[in-house]
Design a protein around this ligand. Structure first.
Ligand code: G3P
Ligand code: MG
Length: 246
């Protein structure tokens, strides 16, 4: 328990796998991350209509595949037929949307840690967290690779706290907010990091949170100077599409 709870995040985390060099949230992106020696990757997990957890950022498959429609309304049998690679580069034609278990199996084999961002479809907030907990349990993955759960959804974080309390959690926020609000949420949800947008963070906020033992993680930073500045400010980790450039 205490072993899996301990969070040892590197300064650079591959965003959506390694979204700068391969189609985001697909196996080639995770393979690239492992090949380039990244210690940790972030991904977005959600449920599809037939109950499998898949790795996909948007609600709709349109931007990152040849299909269209909401993943929530599509079965795994339908989703796995889509080409999720050629939108990025024709060289990746035939790449599929992966199931979460495929990515976790791969990362376990490679010793890469995974930040599972719970990115629930509308209404699936609690179910998504429960499905992740069930999967991790069934596949006996806890303790097998570094795992870190995060979400913008308060309901998902609450469910994660209740059904997989042993896993460290990060609080994602997408709006400008007060220190008090962050601290209240952190306490209520038992989160151990504050994950924030590069456009919203300030040095003052990083310092205030550091003083309270709450590391700040910032996305999505693809510029080396900016990364350097943020780390000098006291930011703990950076999510990047191009960590190698950094
Ligand atoms: O988890 C960090 C970052 O991925 C959050 O934003 O939209 O890229 O999932 P988004
Ligand atoms: Mg994400």
């Amino acid at each position: 328990n205490s072993k899996s709870m301990k969070l040892d995040l590197p300064k650079l985390i591959g965003h959506r796998g390694l979204a700068g060099v391969a189609p985001e949230n697909t196996m080639p992106a995770f393979e690239a991350a492992a090949r380039h020696g990244l210690r940790f990757v972030e991904l977005d997990a959600k449920l599809c209509a037939s109950g499998e957890l898949i790795v996909l950022h948007d609600n709709d498959v349109k931007r990152t595949s040849t299909g269209r429609g909401r993943a929530q309304a599509m079965s795994w049998a339908q989703l796995k037929k889509l080409d999720a690679g050629s939108w990025f580069d024709p060289a990746f034609r035939g790449t599929r949307i992966p199931r979460l278990i495929e990515v976790l199996d791969f990362c376990r084999a490679k010793g890469v840690g995974v930040n599972i961002e719970l990115k629930p479809n509308r209404g699936d907030y609690v179910q998504t967290a429960r499905a992740v907990a069930t999967l991790l349990q069934q596949e006996k993955l806890v303790g097998q690779l570094p795992l870190f759960i995060s979400s913008f959804s308060i309901q998902s974080l609450r469910a994660a706290r209740d059904c997989m309390p042993e896993l460290p959690r990060g609080l994602l926020m997408e709006r400008r907010t007060t220190l008090r609000h962050i601290l209240e949420r952190t306490q209520e949800l038992g989160t151990c990091t504050f994950n924030y947008d590069r456009k919203l963070i300030s040095a003052e906020r990083v310092q205030q949170l550091n003083a309270r033992g709450i590391p700040t993680l910032i996305w999505t930073v693809n510029d080396a100077n900016e990364a350097r500045k943020l780390l000098a400010m006291g930011v703990s980790s950076i999510f990047s599409d191009f960590p190698l450039k950094l």
